[in-house]
Design a protein around this ligand. Structure first.
Ligand code: MN3
Length: 201
């Protein structure tokens, strides 16, 4: 079974004014779609064809760059759309307790995410992960890598991620990546992040 582009779970303009409709349209319809197409092409006729994204990520060092870049791109964006929402909400009591334990407060966690995303040179992602000890941790990866990959410096299960490629924010924020990294907290789907946290524990 080839990979397919998941539908966006809300309208292109649903995250306005924090993330603009044109960015969402191009980001989902062009960028994510290209990762899916190119992943299918890279896997066609190889041993990796038919494997799940989780299986590919866990042994990504054994695959060519096309699988790493596009498989990461497909995994990362599929997570990204789901952890955003116009509704916002609150972390579950369990997740809030884990945030307080690991960082002291939600604001302190957000500051760490902002630093992780802001200091990532070039393109990449900032992540909130559950690490091997079951604790929350903030990290960042380059390009379309993620903490599930066997090549990742910091490994764990991502429960929330922020795309810091320029294509994620440039139309609205231009060179002001920190403004995007502040605004995105207005549209976090905390129900989904809480679900991811419960599943990762
Ligand atoms: Mn992107």
């Amino acid at each position: 079974m080839a990979f397919t582009l998941p539908e966006l779970p809300y309208a292109f303009d649903a995250l306005e004014p924090h993330i603009d409709a044109q960015t969402m349209q191009i980001h989902h319809g062009k960028h994510h779609n290209a990762y899916v197409d190119n992943l299918n092409k890279a896997l066609a006729g190889t041993e990796g064809e038919g494997k799940s994204l989780d299986e590919l990520m866990a042994k990504i060092s054994k695959y060519p760059a096309g699988v790493r870049n596009n498989g990461g791109g497909h995994y990362n964006h599929s997570l990204f759309w789901k952890v955003l929402s116009p509704k916002g909400g609150q972390p579950s009591a369990e997740l809030q307790a884990a945030i307080n334990e690991a960082f002291g407060s939600t604001e302190a966690m957000q500051e760490q995410m902002k630093t992780a995303g802001g200091t990532r040179f070039g393109s990449g992602w900032a992540w909130l992960i559950v690490n091997a000890s079951g604790k929350l941790e903030v990290c960042s990866t380059a390009n379309q890598d993620n903490p599930l990959m066997d090549v990742a410096e910091v490994k764990g299960t991502p429960i929330f991620g922020i795309d810091v490629w320029e294509h994620a924010y440039y139309l609205k924020y231009q060179n002001k990546r920190p403004d995007y990294l502040s605004a995105i907290w207005n549209v976090v789907n905390w129900d989904e992040v809480s679900k991811n946290f419960a599943a990762a524990k």
